[in-house]
Design a protein around this ligand. Structure first.
Ligand SMILES: [Zn+2]
Length: 140
């Protein structure tokens, strides 16, 4: 598919989202396109739902799931807080080594950031994240 055709398809996807009466539908559509572009996968490989666990206010965070078209058993889950700001980083979700809660383990701004390597967590994304169990030492 050409770039021009993919651009038209993306624009139609966003237009359809704008017609969606649900709150934040446009931001959700743009976040799906962003993750699809970042991972170089079709838009249909990415889904988005409200991330109520990490939202400071109702519906101000998204949980995005990308299924690998080359390996449908493999999926990547991302948290995106404040999706209306396009410079907000995506955070790859993984398991906390202490409580096994699903928490941000890596900031992802490019495909290269997904490559294996040491976890890159920060106090603002990992520590205190509501994905930790209540009794986890990383929760507070
Ligand atoms: Zn934990």
């Amino acid at each position: 598919m050409t770039i021009a055709l993919r651009a038209r398809e993306a624009a139609a996807f966003v237009r359809a989202a704008v017609a969606d009466p649900r709150w934040q539908a446009r931001e959700r559509a743009l976040a799906v396109l962003r993750v699809a572009a970042l991972l170089a996968v079709p838009r249909t490989a990415v889904t988005a739902v409200d991330d109520e666990r990490r939202a400071a206010h109702p519906r101000d965070a998204l949980l995005l799931t990308a299924t690998d078209p080359a390996d449908p058993r493999s999926a990547y889950r991302f948290s995106l807080v404040e999706p209306r700001y396009t410079d907000e980083p995506l955070h790859l979700l993984g398991r906390c080594p202490d409580c096994a809660g699903e928490v941000p383990v890596r900031e992802v701004r490019s495909l290269a950031d997904l490559a294996a390597g040491p976890l890159r967590v920060t106090a603002t994304t990992f520590l205190g994240n509501p994905g930790h169990r209540d009794d986890c030492r990383n929760r507070n």
